[in-house]
Design a protein around this ligand. Structure first.
Ligand code: GLY
Ligand code: MN
Ligand code: MN
Length: 431
């Protein structure tokens, strides 16, 4: 868990970066209607959560920065017996005052009046410029009242780039649950079952371990389905002799995990599958071994493209020289995506990739990113040797950048051909 003192530190750090004489506001996520009067499960806005850890809707945080110092205010839903009967308990002002290390707590209904009073004499405002969450955001965007109107989100997201020790602990916990889920899927996969049944096994493990949510919609793609990168239909049967690509990760205590394993139906890789699998695996291991502070993500991308292209030429999937193939972007047909992305509260953590001068940000201690090379050979691609057609492979792990290297946070999940084949042969009763 994250301590209240850490949330306070984040708010202080954020406001330290504000111009003098400023006000800042950020709102909770809106409840999302599913249809008519039913709603999607509520999930707090990631940036708002990062700043206070409060999970209720109808809330807001205000920062008032003057010469005298910083004042923070939290606005919460008022206690309401009828609403609480239907939707569950609200913390309310009194309890919120005890829990949060903010200067003031008010009911959300008081927001407008307090906001109006607080902007007197303020020159600058930080708010969610590009959000439609609150009508206030829209009004603020068009007002000429402030000298500077700045995006509070950009500032928060920059902070989210480096994970604290307690965040890393939460990411580890999320990954530990996802590890169980992938191992369960490996041990339960069988010809004749359906992709959605394997998805159910993965998500059973999530829920069973108190991960109420997936970090993203699970992909369970057998055979050629794996060549659709965002295949989430998960509706087809598992066919003997094919591979299943499972890209699934849970969200636990608001922290994501993002893991892909590609496993053989019934537990045995064929020779052509092994050739492609080991090419992706060797590429992933090499790229992970390069991770340390100061290295650029683009360098990792470049290396992955080079290694995959070299391998594809050796296997007769591409021809000519590596240099020429890359120059002509031939490899992109089979490896069309990036090497990885930041991960944290969000699976694709929206921390910046470039600095304010548009220069790429180098890796630093405390960053967490995925490394996920893949190869995707369509079943109808006649330019590729027949034995490789209809195979899609991705291997994805979550990596922490350390002081002088990195740590693969998901290294406990079976990954080599031998490891995967062993787990595939263990019955569900043994895990
Ligand atoms: N699961 C989404 C991704 O790998 O980026
Ligand atoms: Mn990913
Ligand atoms: Mn993924």
């Amino acid at each position: 868990m994250i301590k209240e003192s850490e949330y306070k530190k984040r708010r202080d750090t954020l406001a330290k970066g504000f111009l003098k004489n400023s006000i800042g506001v950020i709102f909770s996520a809106k409840e999302a209607t599913r249809s008519n009067d039913t709603h999607h499960p509520y999930r707090q806005d990631s940036n708002f959560y990062y700043l206070c850890g409060f999970k209720e809707d109808n809330s807001a945080l205000m920062f008032i920065k003057t010469k005298k110092g910083l004042k923070t205010a939290l606005f919460v839903h008022k206690k309401d017996k009828t609403l609480e009967l239907w939707n569950g308990k609200r913390l309310g002002v009194k309890e919120a005052k005890k829990r949060f290390l903010v200067d003031e707590v008010y009911e959300i209904d008081e927001f407008k009046d307090i906001f109006k009073a607080s902007i007197k004499g303020k020159k600058n405002i930080y708010f969610e410029i590009n959000s439609k969450k609150s009508t206030l955001n829209k009004i603020l965007k068009s007002t000429k009242f402030f000298k500077e109107k700045l995006d509070i989100i950009a500032h928060v997201q920059k902070m989210r780039l480096i994970k604290s020790a307690s965040e890393i602990k939460l990411i580890r916990e999320s990954i530990a649950i996802t590890a169980k889920a992938h191992h369960r899927a490996m041990s339960m996969n069988k010809e004749g079952k359906y992709e959605y049944q394997l998805q159910a096994e993965v998500e059973h493990e999530f829920r069973h371990n108190a991960a109420y949510s997936d970090a993203y919609t699970s992909i369970v793609a057998c055979g050629n389905n794996a060549n659709t990168l965002h295949y989430i239909e998960n509706s087809k049967p598992l066919v003997d002799g094919e591979l299943i690509l499972i890209d699934a990760g849970c969200e636990h205590n608001y922290y994501a995990s993002d893991i892909t394993r590609t496993i053989p139906v019934n537990g045995k890789f064929s020779e052509p599958q092994k050739e492609l699998y080991n090419l992706v695996l060797d590429t992933q291991l090499k790229v992970i071994s390069m991770i340390k502070p100061k290295i650029m993500r683009s360098r990792l991308q470049e290396e992955a493209e080079k290694l995959l292209t070299e391998g594809m030429i050796k296997l007769g999937i591409l021809n000519g020289s590596v240099k020429k193939a890359i120059k002509e972007q031939k490899h992109k047909k089979y490896y069309p995506h990036g090497i990885g992305h930041w991960m944290g509260i969000d699976v694709h953590d929206p921390a910046p990739y470039r600095d304010k001068n548009n220069k790429e940000i180098a890796l630093r201690e405390g960053m967490v990113l995925t490394i996920e090379p893949g190869l995707y050979i369509d079943k109808d691609d006649k330019s590729v040797p027949k034995k490789f057609r209809g195979i899609g492979i991705r291997i994805e792990d979550d990596i922490l950048v350390t002081k002088d290297g990195c740590e693969n946070l998901s290294s406990s999940i079976a990954k080599t051909i031998e490891e995967v084949e062993i787990i595939c042969h263990i019955s569900k009763r043994d895990i």
